[in-house]
Design a protein around this ligand. Structure first.
Ligand SMILES: [Zn+2]
Length: 435
């Protein structure tokens, strides 16, 4: 949704603006005044110049999004995309490094360099190596795996850095523009974990850009766990060894028990068997079978209960299979359930300065957004009590995690302006000496 920003600078307001901008961010009122037609931020000519940078540069931003999306970034193989982003952030005038985890970090020093705000977009996709990632374009619409999730976020990161540098904005706090690794699948948020670990003592806020749209703000981190159950046995011939315990049979028996587990509607709790594999041929009794389960809940207690249920069900499945085996002489079944990853939960306080900055930005661009609970990079800082939120970076998208994924850049300016205003709202704009 595109709407004109109401700029009506007056001398008096400009004065107020200078005073307000010089104030520490934490002293801002927790709730943005709903009736305001203008704000200190929007009255600042440099902020306006940064906001105005987006519209004439939309096609450049779209081109970068397509280019970066066409560099494959499967889980644990983000390096080539990271290298390309490093170059682009350096061209934007940031000092850029790649950390041990593989995160690209572009730094824009603030007046108070000790206080840090991270703006991040994950680099990785869910798509395995070899997936066709060519971007097909038709007008403002682009189609390719990963184009929206998270081509949109990565392109926005770059656009924000460019806009801020173009306008020569001087900020109170240091901003780190980060393309981070390991958000999807079994990455287990390792990039964000490493970032928070490194900057924890100075980290004031984390703004995560993930996907498109401007209709939501994720302030509640959905807790999840990913588990793998595996069963092994001696294996044998389908005919001559018939009657031996079969790991696939045991896994199926255990799975049937597990999927009958009752979960509450509130707190909302879900489970999904997402992958199942095992065996080597149709006429062999397999020696191994595995499945992967994703469990999510608004309550950590429910997660713990579901994880125990999975262990009990797999154990029972193995027991059932052993009990019904005719021939136990060649060995028995072994089983284990391992934690592949866990995302801790958490929540941003409703009176946090970061949420106030987002609300003020929404108001300025004429956007309305709803609070959401979701599982994102923001889980890590939120679980540690660090202010964080995750938003879409504008435009529209769909078919995330599918080969038909698409992105339409129409109206993406609103998302970029909203994001920039949120970042500036929490980083603070430094007072200029000669005005
Ligand atoms: Zn994503």
């Amino acid at each position: 949704m595109k709407r004109k920003l109401p700029w009506k600078p007056t001398v008096k307001r400009a004065l107020v603006c200078v005073i307000l901008l010089a104030m520490p961010v934490r002293s801002a009122p927790p709730h943005a005044p709903r009736q305001s037609q203008s704000s200190p931020l929007s009255d600042n000519p440099r902020v306006r110049a940064a906001l105005d940078w987006f519209t004439p540069n939309i096609s450049w931003i779209n081109d970068q999004q397509a280019r970066l999306t066409e560099i494959p970034a499967p889980p644990f193989q983000e390096a080539p995309r990271a290298a390309a982003l490093k170059e682009l952030l350096a061209e934007a005038g940031l000092s850029v490094q790649i950390d041990k985890a593989g995160n690209v970090i572009g730094e824009l020093g603030g007046v108070n360099g000790k206080e840090i705000v991270i703006v991040s977009a994950h680099l990785d996709t869910v798509f395995p190596a070899g997936t066709e990632v060519k971007v097909h374009r038709e007008g403002s619409r682009m189609t390719a795996p990963g184009i929206s999730d998270n081509g949109t976020g990565v392109a926005a990161l770059l656009a924000l850095a460019r806009a801020v540098r173009f306008a020569r904005l001087k900020l109170q706090r240091t901003i780190l523009f980060v393309g981070d690794v390991g958000e999807e699948g079994e990455g287990n948020l390792r990039g964000m974990r490493a970032l928070v670990d490194t900057y924890r003592s100075n980290l004031k806020a984390v703004i995560v850009l993930d996907g498109s749209s401007t209709d939501h703000v994720t302030t509640k981190a959905l807790a999840s766990r990913r588990l793998e159950a595996s069963i092994t046995g001696p294996g044998g011939h389908s005919w001559s060894d018939f009657g031996m315990p079969n790991p696939i049979n045991a896994l199926v028996r255990g799975s049937v028990r597990f999927i009958s587990t009752k979960v509450p509607a509130s707190p909302r709790t879900t489970f999904n068997i997402g992958q199942i594999e095992g065996g080597t041929s149709v006429n062999s009794i397999p020696h191994e079978a595995r499945l992967k389960v994703d469990i999510r809940s608004e309550s950590e207690d429910e997660l713990t209960r579901l994880e125990s249920a999975l262990r009990e069900c797999i154990a029972a499945g193995v027991r059932d299979e052993m009990d019904s085996a005719r021939d136990r002489s060649k060995g028995k079944l072994e089983w284990k359930v391992e934690l592949l990853g866990s995302r801790p939960g958490g929540e941003l306080a409703s009176d946090s300065p970061l949420l106030a900055a987002l609300r003020a930005a929404d108001e300025l661009v004429g956007n309305v957004s709803r609070i959401e609970r979701s599982s994102t990079d923001a889980n890590i800082p939120l679980s540690m009590g660090i202010d964080a939120l995750s938003i879409g970076a504008g435009g529209n998208g769909g078919g995330a995690h599918s080969l038909q994924e698409w992105y339409d850049s129409a109206g993406r300016e609103a998302g970029l302006k909203r994001t920039l205003l949120t970042v500036l709202g929490i980083s603070g704009v430094a007072e200029e000496k000669s005005r």
